[in-house]
Ligand binder design. Sequence first.
Ligand code: ZN
Length: 182
Amino acid sequence: MSILPIFTYNHPVLRQKATDITEIDETIVNLAGSMHETLLNALGIGLAANQVGHNEALIIIDLSLMEDEYSEFEHLVMLNPVIDSYSDDEEPYEEGCLSLPGYRDVVLRPTGIQASYTDLSGKHTTIEAGGLLARVIQHEVDHLNGIYFFERLTAIRRTLSRGKLLRISRGSVDTDYPIIKD
Ligand code: ZN
């Protein structure tokens, strides 16, 4: 296992749609381990495989840094995650992204979700999530579909974010974790 550099906006790998994992071999297990190490090192709470340059449909979530009712999910590895249903009610919450250093904005998302995924042992699992966990799963599944959180903003807020995004794409950012610039 090792700490992997995180790709930042506007690298093409972050626009790629992930490919489903069909076999859980050593490569996948090692990637999941390295992604978890990378996530903890960057003090993040969620990471998708394409953020470290891989095409597999794999996300890692770790809420142990957060005080949240779902912080029991201190280390969640989700292979081929799919969101099956969303709650009708939505709520705003400020999000950040390890691929968008220094940029945060308030995103409106459904409060609860039902998601299904395969765990590292190959077991198919369904999860009902609310709170921060529901939010992070949505953010990370968006990554697997090549979507950034700023694409969920209103048109006005998105326009206001242009300067920050331009600075990130130019590499004018400082991080405490290794990154790969465009
Ligand atoms: Zn992100």
